[in-house]
Design a protein around this ligand. Structure first.
Ligand SMILES: NC(=O)c1ccc[n+]([C@@H]2O[C@H](COP(=O)([O-])OP(=O)(O)OC[C@H]3O[C@@H](n4cnc5c(N)ncnc54)[C@H](OP(=O)(O)O)[C@@H]3O)[C@@H](O)[C@H]2O)c1
Length: 340
């Protein structure tokens, strides 16, 4: 085999890789295995059993693939640090998907549903207005639970993995530089408060956590680019995954699917991606695009045409330099506090 035809052996780690968007990202990567590149997939999951089921599901479609399970709960510093130690045995990491995420769903908000459906139906179905989120939840580390699950656990992971990501660059110059790819979501400044940046007391901990990801992405990219690592954000659209499973209302998820299809076909709402396969399109695009086709100051969206063909669009991230600096310093201080 000549040097030019050498098979690239790339490694991708996906948090929350056992279901929904994360599992579909794994599937997209494995579908790109060919005579030039093969992937080792590491599914980072908090539940080993679910991880093993996901591994078997992927193997049934892509037999002979190298798929590994890494136990990791992003809401626990100890678990993240233990997972990083386990990763000592691998020699490269090309793609780190910070995808795990949770919304602390409490119950349905009936007044919000009635108001939303009659006054702004499309925006309503794009949002979480129909749901009350639990307030005051803390992790075992004493941090806002949703903040730690969705943001800080990943921020710590990224920082601990810089040496491994850097090693990847040194070992192979023929591939794209390593990338960190966050799964974001829509959120506005209204969902965030500096005084309670972990959103422990607020009513929208999920949106607040996703707003933080938007705000820290550019400063984080700037920091990581010193190591030739790049950082991007994608958004999967509205997708019917296990995300609403906390709401134990029979048939609710099916109703949501029907409503999404209705709006997509009738009104052409392209962000109603509905299936996790379509929702993973933007992350897959960012994983494979050449560096000069991407811009870390943009967000990459999974979209779908009225009749189900996926495509990717992008638009500039709406950020505040000041808020980004504030949050980065808070997160850096937490890394320093917990990384001992
Ligand atoms: N669904 C949507 O419409 C939508 C829209 C915008 C953005 N997103 C984002 O897409 C990402 C994936 O969500 P999804 O829609 O695919 O939902 P999902 O099927 O519920 O997947 C979420 C994944 O995150 C994992 N996870 C949750 N908390 C965790 C923790 N503490 N430690 C480790 N893993 C944890 C879950 O593990 P378990 O299986 O063990 O719970 C699961 O694998 C999330 O970041 C979400 O915010 C989703």
């Amino acid at each position: 085999m000549t040097e030019n035809s050498k098979v690239l052996e790339r490694v991708a780690l996906i948090t929350g890789g056992n279901s929904g968007v994360g599992l579909s990202i794994a599937s997209h990567l494995l579908s790109r295995t060919n005579s030039q590149q093969i992937f080792t997939i590491i599914l980072a999951c908090r539940n080993q059993k679910k991880g093993e089921q996901a591994r078997l599901q992927l193997l049934s479609k892509y037999p002979n693939s190298d798929i590994r399970i890494l136990e990791m709960d992003t809401s626990s510093v100890k678990s993240v640090l233990q997972a990083v130690e386990t990763l000592d045995s691998i020699d490269r990491l090309d793609l780190l998907f910070c995808n795990a995420g949770a919304m602390p769903i409490g119950s349905l908000c009936i007044s919000g549903i009635i108001r939303g459906i009659f006054t702004h139906p499309v925006e309503f179905f794009e949002s979480s207005e129909a749901l009350y989120q639990k307030r005051g939840l803390l992790s075992n580390d004493g941090l806002g639970l949703t903040f730690q699950t969705n943001v800080f656990g990943h921020y710590l992971l990224i920082h601990k993995l810089i040496p491994l990501l850097t090693r990847t660059i040194l070992s192979d110059s023929s591939v794209n530089n390593p990338r960190v790819i966050w799964t974001g979501s829509s959120a506005s400044q209204l969902d965030f408060s500096r005084a309670d940046y972990q959103h422990i007391h607020g009513i929208k901990p999920y949106e607040s956590s996703k707003y933080i990801i938007d705000q820290i992405a550019v400063p984080l990219d700037r920091k990581l680019s010193h190591y030739n690592i790049r950082c991007y954000i994608t958004e999967p659209g509205n997708v019917c995954t296990g995300f609403l499973s906390g709401l134990e209302i029979p048939l609710f998820q099916y109703l949501v699917v029907v409503v999404f299809y209705f709006f997509r076909i009738i009104a052409g709402i392209s962000r109603f991606t509905i299936t996790s396969d379509c929702a993973a399109e933007a992350s897959s695009f960012v994983a494979f695009a050449k560096e000069d086709e991407l811009d870390p100051r943009f967000k990459y969206y999974s979209n779908v045409t009225r009749f189900g063909s996926p495509y990717v669009s992008c638009s500039p991230l709406i950020t505040s330099v000041d808020t980004g600096a504030f949050l980065s310093s808070k997160l850096d201080a937490l890394v320093e506090k917990f990384d001992c």
